[in-house]
Design a protein around this ligand. Structure first.
Ligand SMILES: [Ca+2]
Length: 321
C-alpha cells in the first residue's frame, strides 16, 4: 500500500546521537507558552528508523534540511507549466529560503532588492519543499506542527498532499488534499480542503477551524489528516472539524484508468510544505513592506500507515470517524 523509498538512514548508534541532539535542542522549538506540545509523551521519538512508528517523519533536529527526505520546487511555477503556481502567487521559490534551526524547519518569505526582483521577476522569495519521488503513501495519518511568526495580511502557508503519479489525469482529476491553509488576515482560523473532478466541474470540499480565544496561527498547532478508504478527517490539535466521506467524492478520469469507489483518493500522495505570498487564496492581498520578512516554522512532520492506526485502534474498518 505505501511506497516508501526513503533510505533507512538511522541505525544503532546513530539514534543515540539524535537522542542527545534532541535533549539539547528540544526546548528551542516552543510556542509562546513554553509548551513544546509533546504533552510529556516523548517515549518513542521514532528516530530509530528500524523500530519507527512512522512511515515517514522529520523532527528537524539537525542543522540543515535533510536532502534524503525533501526536494524543492523552485521558481515561479513557469518551469512546471504553472506560472504563479496556478494562483497568481507573487513569490519566487528558492531552496536558500529554507533552513533548519531551533529544532524546526524555517521558511522565510522576504522582499528582495530591486536587482534580484528584476532577475527573478518577482518581488518576494520563499521556499517550497516536497517529498515527490522520495516518499508517498496511500491512506494513514499525516500531521505537522506549524506556526507563523506574524499573521501578516496576504501570507499563505500550506501543508498539503498531491498525487505522486496522477493516474486519473491532470488537476484536479487525480485529487489534491490540503491539510492546512492559513490566511494571515484571519489569524483565528485555519482551513482544509479536498479537490476533485466531477464531470466537467472542478469541485472541492472544505471547512474552517476556529481557534479558541487566546491562541492563533502564530502559536504552534498540530494540523492532521486521517485518510482511510472511507473518509478524510481533518483535525487541529486532535479536534476533528472537517470530515469528507468517500460516498460523497468522485472523480472523472481523463485517462484509461478506471475509477474505483474511493478514487481519486486511493493512490499514493506526496507531501508539500510551502509559504506563499499573495495570490488568489485571499484576493491578491500582500503584506505591508515594513512588516517583512516573515517565517513559517515547522516543528515536525509525521506520517503513520493505516495499518498502524488500525493496530492502535484509531481506525476501525467500517466504523466512520
Ligand atoms: Ca522539531
Amino acid at each position: 500500500m505505501s511506497k516508501l523509498k526513503l533510505k533507512k538512514l538511522f541505525i544503532g548508534a546513530a539514534s543515540m546521537v539524535f537522542a542527545a541532539a534532541l535533549a539539547l535542542s528540544a526546548a528551542a522549538c516552543t510556542d509562546n507558552n513554553g509548551n513544546n506540545g509533546d504533552n510529556g509523551n516523548t517515549g518513542n521519538t521514532g528516530d530509530n528508523e528500524e523500530n519507527s512508528i512512522y512511515s515517514f517523519h522529520d523532527e528537524f533536529h539537525g542543522k540543515a534540511v535533510d536532502d534524503s527526505k525533501w526536494d524543492y520546487q523552485e521558481g515561479d511555477g513557469t518551469e512546471y507549466n504553472n506560472p504563479g503556481w496556478g494562483n497568481n502567487e507573487e513569490q519566487y521559490y528558492r531552496r536558500e529560503n529554507a533552513r533548519v534551526e531551533n529544532d524546526c524547519l524555517i521558511i522565510t518569505a522576504q522582499i528582495e532588492d530591486e536587482q534580484t526582483q528584476e532577475e527573478l521577476g518577482k518581488k518576494y522569495t520563499s521556499s517550497k519543499l516536497v517529498t515527490k519521488d522520495i516518499f508517498s503513501q496511500t491512506y494513514g495519518r499525516f500531521e505537522a506542527r506549524i506556526r507563523v511568526t506574524e499573521a501578516l495580511e496576504g501570507i499563505w502557508p500550506a501543508f498539503w498532499l498531491m498525487p505522486e503519479d496522477g493516474v486519473y489525469g491532470g488537476w484536479p482529476r487525480s485529487g489534491e488534499i490540503d491539510i492546512m491553509e492559513l490566511k494571515g488576515r484571519l489569524p483565528g482560523q485555519a482551513s482544509s480542503a479536498a479537490h476533485y473532478k466531477d464531470g466537467d466541474a472542478n469541485r472541492y470540499h472544505s471547512a474552517n477551524y476556529y481557534f479558541q480565544e487566546g491562541t492563533d496561527i502564530t502559536d504552534f498547532h498540530v494540523y492532521a489528516l486521517d485518510w482511510t478508504p472511507e473518509y478524510l478527517a481533518f483535525s487541529v490539535d486532535g479536534v476533528v472539524y472537517h470530515t469528507f466521506e468517500a460516498e460523497d467524492w468522485t472523480t472523472t478520469p481523463s485517462t484509461d484508468v478506471p475509477p474505483t469507489e474511493t478514487s481519486p483518493y486511493d493512490q499514493d500522495f506526496f507531501i508539500l510544505l510551502n509559504f506563499a505570498i499573495g495570490g488568489n487564496f485571499d484576493g491578491g492581498r500582500t503584506p505591508a513592506d515594513e512588516d517583512m520578512p516573515v517565517e513559517m516554522w515547522v516543528d515536525y512532520v509525521r506520517v503513520y500507515s493505516l495499518e498502524y492506526l488500525q493496530e492502535q485502534g484509531e481506525y476501525v474498518p467500517g466504523q466512520q470517524e
